[in-house]
Design a protein around this ligand. Structure first.
Ligand SMILES: [Zn+2]
Ligand SMILES: [Zn+2]
Length: 392
């Protein structure tokens, strides 16, 4: 089968690899119809992680079941399914509590938790930017889709990661109807956090970024855009709230946040921006990726950052009595409800998609997405056809 394989820093090649196959009676094999390139794929693409050369990327996957293991009971051949990027067992201490983002048994390293397809430090699993994907514990992990699966595939595939992840940011920030919410980052996840806050009935949502094309998308769905190369988000928000700040905020950028003026990386930029922008006792949800170590960061940022240490304004955060929630999203906690919002015509997360391409075009797509080229907000790949090859 064909797959998009990582072959070293900024090198992805589409090549033949062995077919995905059933390795355990609970596995299913999914023929991938729809798979996304994610901002977090870029951390691996840029060679700043321990991701192994020769491994297939891709953790945002959807497709049709073509084979089921002998112990699979619910999922059937022919079903269209979307797969949470978290691979979870369903029976460990964490999964029992719904914390499938930190499953203990799918992660082979005893001191770690959490597993994902095609992701550094999250187990040995291959990614889905390929014709076929092996899905462990298919009955638990696959979310089945209805008859509109193909028609709405660019909406449903967002249930693998970015829609639940954006939603999770708003959950950790406790966004409620009427709230005034600030979102740092208008990449795909920031746009999904913005969208989720609006779906929850937030009164006003500001979205801060320095990319005009991304800000336009935020504005299209009803947010107030803040261009960080022209304005300081905290000042804008305070100005609009009697100096108090937003009720809550979401971090959707991560450790590679960079200064819009001189482009140097500063992992503390968005966190300190949020501590400043959010009012006393407000909540902050951080879903942007931060890592325990970032050897590549020494050059970009400094020795402290290379050790995963981020200098944040903790004194101010404590003084304001703010709370911060962190970490990857437990996708299964939200994906069923968000699926039904899509099925009911109440949510259409495909508004983030800028390109639908074939798998063969993955290397070019990585280049453009990594360069943050104008107009490349979200790339959807179709490994088994259906790509129209054009910009939407
Ligand atoms: Zn992702
Ligand atoms: Zn588990």
């Amino acid at each position: 089968m064909k797959a998009a394989v990582y072959e070293g820093p900024r090198t992805v090649t589409v090549k033949d690899v062995p077919d995905a196959k059933i390795e355990h009676p609970c596995d299913i094999i999914v023929k991938i119809t729809t798979t996304n390139i994610c901002g977090s794929d870029l951390h691996m693409y840029e060679g700043r992680t321990s991701f192994e050369s020769g491994r297939t990327l891709g953790h945002e996957n959807m497709g049709q079941v073509v084979e089921v293991g002998s112990a699979v009971r619910k999922v059937q051949v022919g079903d269209y399914v979307v797969l949470p990027f978290n691979i979870a067992c369903g029976f460990c201490k964490q999964c029992e509590q719904g914390l499938t983002n930190y499953c203990l048994t799918m992660q082979p390293e005893p001191a770690l938790a959490g597993a994902a397809y095609g992701f550094a430090d999250m187990g040995p699993y291959q990614g889905g930017q390929a014709e076929l994907l092996r899905v462990p514990y298919g009955d638990f992990n696959a979310l089945r889709l209805g008859e509109d699966a193909v028609e709405r595939q660019t909406d449903y595939v967002m249930l693998a990661d970015i829609f639940p992840t954006g939603y999770h940011a708003t959950e950790m920030a406790h966004v409620k109807p009427g709230d005034q919410t600030i979102v740092f980052g208008a990449g795909p996840v920031g746009l999904m956090a913005t969208y989720s806050a609006l779906l929850k009935g937030a009164g006003r949502v500001w979205t801060a970024d320095h990319q005009p094309d991304r800000l336009r998308k935020a504005e299209e769905i009803g947010a107030i855009p803040i261009n960080t190369s022209e304005q300081n988000p905290a000042e804008v928000v305070k100005e609009a709230t009697l100096g108090l700040g937003a009720d809550n905020g979401c971090e959707c950028v991560g450790y590679q946040a960079h200064d819009p003026q001189d482009h140097h990386e500063d992992a503390s930029l968005t966190l300190n921006g949020l501590i400043d922008s959010v009012r006393f006792t407000g909540d902050i949800g951080v879903v942007g990726v931060f890592l325990p170590e970032d050897p590549g960061g020494a050059e970009a940022q400094g020795e402290l950052e290379a050790q995963g240490k981020v200098p944040i304004d903790f004194g101010m955060m404590w003084f304001k009595g703010q709370r911060m929630g962190t970490g990857q999203a437990p996708v299964k906690k939200y994906n069923r409800a968000l699926r039904d919002l899509i099925a009911g015509g109440k949510a259409k997360p495909s508004f983030v998609v800028s390109h639908e391409l074939s798998l063969d075009e993955a290397p070019t797509a990585y280049e453009h997405f990594d360069a943050r080229d104008e107009g490349w907000t979200k790339v959807v790949l179709h490994p088994n056809g259906h790509g129209n090859g054009h910009k939407r």
